[in-house]
Design a protein around this ligand. Structure first.
Ligand SMILES: Cc1cc2nc3c(=O)[nH]c(=O)nc-3n(C[C@H](O)[C@H](O)[C@H](O)COP(=O)(O)OP(=O)(O)OC[C@H]3O[C@@H](n4cnc5c(N)ncnc54)[C@H](O)[C@@H]3O)c2cc1C
Length: 383
């Protein structure tokens, strides 16, 4: 069972065609742990806020929910007559070399990552926000392609103590798996989010347009904003097809709230680049960062990209990994190299506007503009 609007239309068309031919069509829950009517508010409506959803999700969860699902099929039926299953190339897929990125595909690759992660799950809560540390599971691409079972992950988190007090790491990780179900549910029940803001008032926000906005967008995509953490994040995405969760939040916030560019443009760029691209989670993450989402951060909470950098990459280790041109910048300037004096720039060989770009915007000014831009959500225009 799929929750994306286009996939739902596809499945409805297949179902109708099969029914017309007298053939039954059945759909099975497989991607999500709980879906449909399984988690509803007391008045029978879908949740739109995560915390009560998670509470209800945990209350509803039984051991049956993490057993291998009914949808786990053995073999595909043989196509009738002389037909055969088309090769990937015939379907329009280009060959990729994921192994060159150090990625081991298939169920064996997922198993390796899971085994490795289970050895450090107890530290997940403390380490998950630091991109230079190996703190997260990196399993998203396997979840995306179905090479690991979400039910197995839930059962492993529970075996690691996620439901018992004192196992913060496992409990926090289980929470992330619940976020995944939450966003599937939001997309399923509020399919308009694929095109519009979850909160309609936010569709009135006037985003930057025209050539300067296009240039700023290109600089963001290519990792040339002059803000080292944002640029390192975009280089990670462009070079590996993955971006750490903290950086997805920081770079999405930077695009919508520092550059004033429509979150849908960033969402589409992530969709094209992420190997773990998932419409529900990506849209949910972007709408969270742009504040238009169901349980988003308030519009006046604007990440300061320098403070985020100081907090989550304190020694600049992640920055230097992806921006080697900054390796000689002293630690105290690594988060904001433009604060170096001309003499300090000369001394380390990193000159602003030469070896590294000047910051595209001044964060404090951008912040003010964003507060003004978002003022429309307080008083939606009367039609
Ligand atoms: C702007 C933005 C865009 C995002 N786009 C995607 C996307 O296209 N595909 C995607 O799978 N995730 C997306 N996420 C969520 C999250 O960043 C990734 O799931 C996570 O970074 C994947 O790394 P991991 O497997 O090591 O995660 P871990 O921290 O190990 O988490 C385990 C799993 O929990 C789920 N999960 C974790 N965080 C979230 C979340 N916030 N929302 C939904 N599920 C979550 C994922 O399936 C993940 O694999 C996005 C977040 C933001 C802020």
């Amino acid at each position: 069972r799929d929750y994306e609007p286009q996939a739902k239309r596809r499945d409805a068309a297949v179902s109708a065609a099969l029914h017309a031919g007298g053939i039954a069509f059945e759909s099975f829950k497989d991607q999500a742990v709980l879906d449909g009517d399984e988690v509803l508010t007391q008045s029978g409506r879908p949740f739109t806020v995560f915390s009560p959803y998670k509470k209800a999700w945990l209350k509803r969860l039984t051991e049956d929910d993490w057993q291998p699902g009914e949808g786990e099929i053995g073999t595909l039926a043989t196509p009738p007559g002389a037909q055969r299953v088309p090769a990937l190339a015939e379907l329009g897929f280009a060959a990729t070399d994921l192994r060159a990125l150090g990625f081991v595909p298939g169920m064996s690759g997922a198993r390796q990552l899971l085994d490795d992660f289970l050895g450090r799950i107890s530290r997940y809560r403390q380490q998950r926000d630091f991109p230079a540390l190996k703190g997260v599971s990196y399993l998203s691409i396997h979840l995306r392609f179905g090479t690991v079972s979400i039910r197995e992950l839930v059962s492993r988190a529970i075996a690691a103590g996620a439901l018992r007090a004192g196992n913060e790491g496992a409990a926090t990780w289980l929470s992330e798996l619940v976020w995944r179900d939450f966003y599937f549910m939001i997309l399923d029940r509020f399919p308009y989010v694929a095109e519009r803001a979850f909160k309609p008032a936010y569709d009135a926000v006037a985003w930057e347009q025209g050539a300067p906005a296009d240039e700023a967008f290109a600089a963001w995509c290519e990792g040339r904003t002059g803000y080292p953490l944002v640029d390192a994040a975009m280089r990670q995405l462009n070079g590996t097809g993955y971006m750490h969760n903290r950086l997805r939040m920081v770079s999405a916030s930077f695009l919508s709230k520092d550059l004033g560019i429509d979150w849908r443009r960033g969402e589409a760029y992530f969709a094209a680049r992420l190997n773990d691209f998932d419409l529900a989670a990506n849209n949910g993450g972007w709408q969270w960062a742009a504040s238009s989402g169901c349980d988003a951060q308030p519009y006046f909470r604007i990440f300061n990209p320098v403070l985020q950098s100081e907090r989550f990459d304190p020694a600049g280790k992640f920055i230097r990994r992806y921006l080697p041109e900054l390796s000689a910048v002293p630690d105290r300037f690594i988060h904001a190299p433009w604060r170096m004096s001309p003499a300090e720039q000369e001394a380390c060989g990193v000159r602003i506007g030469r070896e590294t770009p000047a910051p595209l915007v001044d964060h404090q000014q951008a912040r003010q503009l964003t507060l003004e831009r978002y003022a429309v959500v307080k008083s939606p225009a009367v039609p």
